[in-house]
Design a protein around this ligand. Structure first.
Ligand code: ZN
Length: 307
């Protein structure tokens, strides 16, 4: 099996990671986390979202945070659920946005009170807005691998949705497993089909580890030729509009797995572990990182001295 030599990791802790946390972090605390991750070599961040602050109060300071970190030489992406969000992002000078809608009508109704078709119609307006304002547009199809209300989403539906997106200037398309329903066989088969049908599309995968299949799904994505993945420090995160949602795949566990396999990410594991420990201090509870507990695979212990 040929694996890619290099993989890109998009750090989600400041957006997906914090949006289910009870504690609402200050801009200063978010900035500390950002700096710690940047020092570890992270170059791509989804730093916040422009959603209604009453719906997701954890994200209310996204614009202020952007103003604090905008000068840094890293990729900064803001999630937007609609045109209004894109307009808000522009007011703060955000240069790259990620428009999210769901493949499942029911989840999309819960999230943004629109059907999938209505969100794709809005994407046309957002696409025009981004082109006029020189904003890079990414798009995420949530619930690609399953919906907590509708169950399985047929592959044909995903392919048909992607086909509709060809009219737009989408820099990166993410397929998201919003509530951890994906399995490795499904990921491999769907991504093999998507890559064959849309060879020009820049693809990214977004997994949640809700049922412990996150790393296995990343492996399946790698086997299908995908080289870009979302992950969140400490495995934090979850969708506020999906029952039973839990964290993203954990960045330090993903980077560690890739490093063990000889795949480059340009992220330093020891730096990530420092950021992970800082995260626990800031949120005030343990996170979901295996690596923070166990250390890297080559950690060696002193042999116990027997009496
Ligand atoms: Zn997510």
């Amino acid at each position: 099996m040929d694996f890619p030599k290099e993989v890109r990791i998009n750090e989600m802790v400041l957006r997906d990671g914090l949006q289910l946390e009870k504690k609402i972090l200050t801009v200063e605390e978010k900035k500390l986390l950002f700096s710690s991750l940047k020092d570890a070599g992270v170059k791509s961040f989804e730093f916040g979202s422009f959603v209604h602050p009453k719906l997701v109060p954890q994200m209310a300071t996204s614009g202020e945070l952007f103003e604090e970190i905008a000068g840094e030489a890293v990729n900064l992406v803001a999630l937007v659920p609609n045109l209004k969000g894109a307009e808000r992002a522009k007011e703060f000078g955000v240069e790259q946005i990620n428009f999210v809608f769901s493949a499942s009508d029911t989840h999309n109704m819960q999230n943004v009170h629109k059907t999938t078709e209505q969100s794709i119609a809005e994407l046309k307006e957002i696409n025009d807005f981004c082109n006029q304002n020189h904003i890079v547009l990414n798009t995420t199809i949530a619930t690609t691998f399953g919906c907590p209300f509708e169950g399985e989403i047929p592959e044909e539906r995903i392919l048909a949705i992607i086909n509709q997106l060809l009219d737009f200037t989408i820099h990166q398309l993410s397929l998201a497993d919003t509530t951890g329903m994906a399995n490795p066989k499904q990921v491999y088969e769907l991504l093999t089909e998507v890559k064959a049908a849309f060879p020009e599309q820049n693809l990214n995968l977004h997994f949640h580890n809700t049922r412990g299949m996150g790393l296995a799904n990343i492996l399946a994505g790698l086997q299908a030729g995908v080289t870009s993945f979302d992950a969140a420090l400490g495995g934090l995160g979850g969708c506020p509009f999906a029952p039973g949602a839990t964290g993203n795949v954990c960045t330090e566990d993903v980077v560690h797995m890739l490093q063990c396999m000889g795949i480059r990410t340009d992220i330093r594991l020891d730096g990530l572990l420092e950021a992970s420990a800082l995260l626990e201090t800031i949120i005030g509870h343990p996170n979901n990182s295996y690596l923070l507990k166990a250390g890297p695979y080559d950690r060696k212990y002193a042999v116990p001295i027997s009496q």
